[in-house]
Design a protein around this ligand. Structure first.
Ligand code: FNR
Length: 371
């Protein structure tokens, strides 16, 4: 069945945010969907991210007055209408001809900050012109410091208000699902932001040496690179891909503005734990003050509530934004965010939480696993 073009209305099948994922196969060609939905390796971590939510339940509370309630938060000094962001996701033109321009219009309509991916289908300057005021820029440390600096200066000049450094993908891991679907990036999906920069080069290794460790990883960034980058900008720098309390502590000591607890949506180390499962220990390690954005498997307002209750300050949406974009462009993205927000508000109403701070102080009910 060929994939349908994006609609200019919301189809009646969409009743909750998760429905965008359910409907996506009608709007995204099967090989492309394999690339988007799939993770690395055998998709173990993709599955783990989703499964983790079912182990926690939200306890209803009675007779509390939430009539003055709201979802507004302040995240590292930034006022936000709700604790939702759009996380960095490559090549939106895979699913919609308008690409990121559509996505960011939908986000702006819901006052939702976006994190633009380095691997976007348009340049960061073009994207900035379509985006709302709350825009952050995601980047990777480039093999050449001059290129990293150039990217940074461009992001500053284009008015991005924070830098997100993604640290968890120094090596590309194949997705078996994507390979089986014979997906190839189409010719119009090129990382235009990186045009003219020096790509990572695999070092030649001696016979018998490791191609991965000594070859590919020879160009991978290290703590010195991170510390150097932190001296190069006055913008707040967030570290994305944190999965261990000790890394979180070291990043905090290095001076990051905040961390993003993420396993790249299960697209880097297959077999990594669910992000929801590591979140409480990371929050305990860094204490209450370091801002934590969380992502991985968020598909409903209840998922958002659980992540906030387990220690996140805000939540980033990955795949769901592409599914909503594929179904109904900017309108779909805005609608998906509205649904998520209302689903979150319903949880707040029934759990007796008038404010996001109350969620953070709410203990979840841990369900026993049934085998
Ligand atoms: C990603 N992600 C990602 N992360 C990043 O830092 N830079 C990037 O360019 C991309 N690109 C990208 C493409 C696609 C197709 C996906 C699905 C994901 C990871 C993303 O920011 C986020 O961590 C996860 O997507 C969160 O999990 P969910 O919400 O997709 O389950």
């Amino acid at each position: 069945m060929p994939a349908s073009m994006p609609l200019n209305h919301i189809p009646p099948e969409i009743r909750c945010a998760l429905d965008y994922e359910t409907l996506a196969p009608q709007f995204i060609a099967a090989p492309t969907l394999a690339y988007i939905a799939g993770g690395s390796g055998h998709d173990q971590t993709v599955a783990a991210n989703r499964a983790a939510y079912a182990r926690w339940a939200i306890t209803p509370r009675l007779l509390r007055d939430v009539s003055a309630g709201h979802t507004a938060i302040t995240l590292a000094g930034i006022a936000m209408a709700h604790p939702l962001m759009l996380g960095p996701v490559a090549f939106h033109n895979l699913v919609h001809p308008g690409g990121e321009h559509e996505t960011v219009r939908g986000a702006a309509a819901l006052d939702c900050p976006i994190i633009a991916s380095t691997q976007s289908s348009c340049t960061l300057e073009q994207l900035a012109r379509s985006a709302g005021p709350q825009r952050w820029f995601q980047m990777y440390l480039q093999p050449q410091r001059a290129d990293t600096l150039d990217l940074l200066r461009r992001a500053e000049a284009a008015g991005y208000s924070a830098i997100v450094l993604t640290l968890d993908a120094p090596i590309q891991v194949a997705s078996l699902r994507t390979l089986a679907a014979q997906f190839q990036l189409p010719a119009h999906c090129v990382p235009v932001n990186l045009a003219g920069y020096t790509p990572a080069q695999e070092s030649a290794v001696a016979p018998g040496a490791s191609r991965i460790l000594q070859g590919v990883m020879a160009a991978a960034p290290n703590w010195d690179e991170l510390r150097w980058l932190l001296t190069q900008t006055r913008l707040p720098v967030w570290a994305k891909g944190v999965m261990h309390g000790d890394d979180a502590l070291a990043l905090q000591a290095a001076g990051v503005a905040g961390i993003i607890v993420s396993n790249h949506g299960g697209r880097s180390l297959d077999g990594a734990p669910a992000t929801l499962d590591v979140l409480p220990a990371i929050r305990a390690a860094v204490g209450k003050d370091l801002p934590i954005v969380f992502d991985g498997g968020v598909r409903s307002g209840a998922d958002v509530f659980k992540a906030l209750a387990l220690g996140a300050n805000a939540v980033a949406i990955g795949r769901l934004q592409l599914y909503a974009l594929a179904v109904a462009g900017a309108l779909g993205v805005a609608h998906m965010l509205k649904l998520l927000r209302e689903e979150l508000e319903i949880c707040m109403a029934l759990a007796g939480c008038a404010h996001i701070d109350h969620i953070r102080a709410t203990a979840l009910f841990h369900q026993r696993e049934h085998h």
